[in-house]
Design a protein around this ligand. Structure first.
Ligand code: NAD
Length: 513
């Protein structure tokens, strides 16, 4: 291991062999299988984790239940102060944590830093929110009565996260859940366990400095089985799960069967519509970053470009030209645009998708391929590909988590492009590039994009934390992060108070004794 990486691991408290379960600063003697983490950047072994087994999960839940009783009684702005301190710690650790994200997951160092910045931003957002968490008041139909609604903490929030945002998704959930008075248990992706250990250690510094109960925050590392256990657990009133649609369907079914709540953030199949008035100098960088950034492994990555036939060739040529200039290599080197895929399984799926699109009648106009030789020893580097395809192809309807973008033509007006954009099972992010006000408004109207995110003259990829984040249809319907997304972490109660000396019933019902 390079010295620089070893320093990062030491700074973040990551050892060669790590426990996979902790409640606050108490790391348990875990007994599950060994999970080995290798970097997709250079194929080097980072370290191991002994996964959490059922016994450790149970111990964590018991401690969380106890801690919840204290935590929920702390005034929300005081909980906000804890989250403020967490944001401060993250500022201190931004560089090493950003580097670890880049090294363990493979995204560029800039994007790794960006992920930590999102954690900091959501902490700031949550601090302000901790003085709000407001309900409505309404007028009662009965005299001398007051009616209002309030929000109370839910209890234990279970968080299941995906490999591609190894740290930010956890913070989006926890920063809000904590100020809402909930305690959290996190099952991160088994593909990026070291990032999770680092986050847990950083929050522990805040818990310890404030003498707070350990059970405000727990970490359990393991595979799908552990996630399934959490989904089935009645003691976890809310399960927030980020990952594939396949996983989301399983979680929704299990949580639904016990009438629990789930917040689902699942796959996308995001398109940019390029209309005749689009500004090409914005289309090209927007589309290329969207398609190849994070090596196409963002839930908001651009998968489809729906281009008006009158400018199709021009856009296609500009894209092919831009792809020719992409530098692929070590994501810690800021000169590179594209890093590796997460593992060789992802490389296999990338290859299969390229084969399938051709088998269905599509054409690869930028071939792509797996890269070999110096710097590519991990076997996880691929060249981004562009294929001409049709929207109804099975492979186009499916989210392939890799840098492959499908080009398709539309003719006539923008409603035809919107129909194509909506004609996929997923509904996460969408965009239109246009300078025509009517096209823009139609895209944003109720007959327009059916996605949770709809942008104008911005690509599909990425989002700010101030807005609610999530999507419709097979993306799962959940909303996280900004706006009023906090409400999902609380239970809602309507209160009616009679301050008079009579007992009138609602709807004027008479009941005389
Ligand atoms: P994945 O579904 O393979 O795994 C995600 C997490 O779910 C992991 O922690 C995994 O252990 C767990 N898991 C798997 N099966 C489970 C089950 N049956 N029950 C409970 N837990 C289970 O996804 P991935 O490959 O890590 O991530 C890529 C996917 O995540 C893509 O589809 C991407 O679009 C999606 N994603 C969505 C968002 C969003 O906000 N909409 C954000 C990031 C990633």
């Amino acid at each position: 291991k390079e010295n620089a990486i070893q320093d990062v691991l030491d700074t973040l408290g990551i050892k060669q062999m790590n426990s996979g379960a902790a409640v606050g600063s108490k790391w348990m003697n875990t007994t599950g299988e060994e999970i080995k983490s290798y970097s997709p950047v250079d194929g080097a072994y980072i370290g191991s984790v002994k996964a959490a087994s059922e016994a450790e999960y149970e111990a964590a839940i018991t401690e969380l239940q106890t801690a919840f009783k204290d935590w929920r009684m702390m005034p929300a702005p005081k909980r906000g102060e804890i989250v403020r301190q967490f944001g401060e710690e993250l500022r201190k650790y931004k560089e090493p944590l950003g580097k670890l994200v880049s090294y363990e997951m493979g995204k560029s160092y800039q994007e790794g830093l960006g992920e930590v910045q999102e954690m900091i931003d959501i902490c700031d957002f949550a601090v302000g929110l901790s003085r709000q968490l407001h309900g409505f008041t309404m007028h009662s139909e009965r005299p001398n009565h007051r009616m209002y609604e309030q929000y109370h903490p839910l209890g234990i929030v279970g968080i299941i996260s995906a490999f591609n945002f190894p740290v930010a998704v956890w913070a989006w959930n926890t920063a809000l859940a904590w100020i809402c008075g909930d305690v959290c248990i996190w099952k991160p992706s088994e593909k990026v366990p070291m990032c999770a250990i680092a986050c847990h250690n950083i929050f522990n510094k805040v818990l310890e400095a404030n003498g707070l109960p350990d059970g405000i925050n727990a970490l359990v590392i393991g595979g799908a089985e552990l996630g399934k256990k959490m989904a089935a657990d009645k003691r976890v009133p809310l399960v927030s799960a980020t990952g594939s649609t396949r996983m989301g369907k399983s979680v929704a079914e299990t949580v639904g069967a016990r009438l629990g709540k789930s917040l689902l953030e699942l796959g996308g199949n995001n398109a940019i519509i390029v209309t005749p008035t689009a500004d090409l100098k914005m289309v090209v960088p927007g589309a290329v970053f969207g398609a190849v950034g994070t090596a196409g492994q963002r839930c908001t990555s651009t998968r489809r470009l729906i281009i008006h036939e009158s400018i199709y060739d021009k856009v296609k040529d500009a894209l092919v030209n831009a792809y020719g200039q992409l530098k692929i290599g070590n994501p810690l080197d800021e000169n590179n645009h594209v890093g590796p895929l997460i593992d060789q399984d992802a490389v296999r799926m990338y290859n299969e998708a390229r084969e399938k699109v051709v088998a269905e009648g599509g054409k690869l106009i930028v071939e792509g391929g797996v890269l070999e030789g110096e710097g590519y020893e991990s076997g996880c580097y691929v060249a981004p590909a562009i294929a001409e395809a049709e929207n109804h192809f099975a492979i186009v309807q499916h989210e392939t988590f890799a840098p492959i973008v499908y080009l398709m033509k539309y003719s006539g007006d923008v409603s035809n492009a919107i129909a194509m954009q909506n004609d996929v099972p997923q509904g996460l992010s969408s965009a239109i590039m246009t300078n025509n006000m009517r096209e823009q408004e139609e895209f944003l109207a109720h007959c327009g994009s059916d996605c949770g995110i709809a942008n104008v003259n911005i690509g599909t990829s990425g989002a700010e934390i101030g807005g609610a984040f999530g999507g419709e249809k097979e993306t799962g319907g959940g909303r996280e992060s900004g706006s009023d997304a906090w409400k999902v972490y609380m239970r809602r109660q309507t209160n009616t108070i009679n301050w008079g000396s009579e007992l009138p019933l609602a709807q004027g019902i008479k009941f005389d004794l």
